[in-house]
Design a protein around this ligand. Sequence first.
Ligand code: HEC
Length: 142
Amino acid sequence: MSLRNILPALALLSLVSASDALAHGDGAPQPVDTSGLEPLGEEWVATNPYRNNPKLHDIAVEIGSRGYNSNCARCHGLEVKSGGMAPDLRELGESETEDAWFLSRVLQGATVGGRQKMPPFEGLLNQEAIWAIRTYIDAQPE
Ligand code: HEC
């Protein structure tokens, strides 16, 4: 999807979700400060690099908590407890396939039957932020 397609979609989304936004902060995507996590480089890594990293795991959870709450909670629920509006992300397993699925969903968002149900985060969140969010989600009790 090009930027030209994304912008009107985002504008529309912010109108549609204006009332919902009042409950969970404004709907605009928020950049996430990832300092404290070493840069992962230009290439997208295919699996969560923080899951089995004792040094960075807890830092990732903390950064991911901020990233999740400012970008995902308004649909997927506070503390990742879904209120039914979007899937409960705690149910996604921790396999490589599910990592790949998570990454592609977050980058591309979700459009179902021509309606955008989740905005794409490509160009808005870097991969350190996306994997930190994944680490935070996985750290929540089911
Ligand atoms: C505007 C609401 C909204 C926002 C904001 C949003 N999502 Fe979603 N998300 C959805 C909906 C709705 C779906 C289900 C789409 C479908 O029907 O396929 C979804 C699906 C997903 C899936 C696939 C889940 C599965 O079980 O297949 C993942 C992963 C995901 N979102 C992660 C995120 C993350 C991470 C963020 C924040 C960076 C986020 N979403 C922000 C609404 C949202």
